[in-house]
Design a protein around this ligand. Sequence first.
Ligand code: CA
Length: 223
Amino acid sequence: MRLLLVEDDLMIGQVLAQLLARAHYVVDWAKDGIEADTALCTTDYDLVLLDLGLPRMDGLEVLRRLRAKGKATPVIVATARDAVSDRIAGLDAGADDYVLKPFDFEELLARLRAVRRRMTDSAQPGYRHGEVWLDVQTRKAQLAGREVMLSAREWAVLEPLLLRPGQVLSRAQLEEKLYGWGEEINSNAVEVYIHGIRRKLGSSIIQNVRGLGYRVPADEGEK
Ligand code: CA
């Protein structure tokens, strides 16, 4: 899951970026509103964690511009504990949820997971596909009830495909899920991780769609 963190406080931002990376999000960190707006125009994020009080363009404006473009990217706004009016304004501007500052990190991670579940229209805490089960909270995978170890990168490739079975994602779209800003992209990385996933979970879990990319087949094991 690629996440855009928007936070102008350097100390808070650094702690959050580390925490989110440890929770296996691929994190880009924008430190003001213009930077956030630009990032949202150029990259397809799975989640946005948005501070409202920002230099150059405030968070509400960033959110309004995102929604004005018709993008449904899930957004969680971060507001001060006593700023009820900010939370209302955020939700009215199209936020999906909010978290209170100072952050309770466990709660933040739980809210991110909850937003992901709503994206998939699923009450389940993970993804099921045929005999494969991915538990999002524990980051453990199973094949026919037997635990299988997936690397963080393999997980990062498989999760967006499982999110929408049947939908094709190109290699470039999958690379976007694998790498944050400034990371060097290894040209055959996606193929390498897909090879690893198939070896561990069976070759039918991911299909090649010639000339277009990859998909998880839609026709089996749907909730
Ligand atoms: Ca701020």
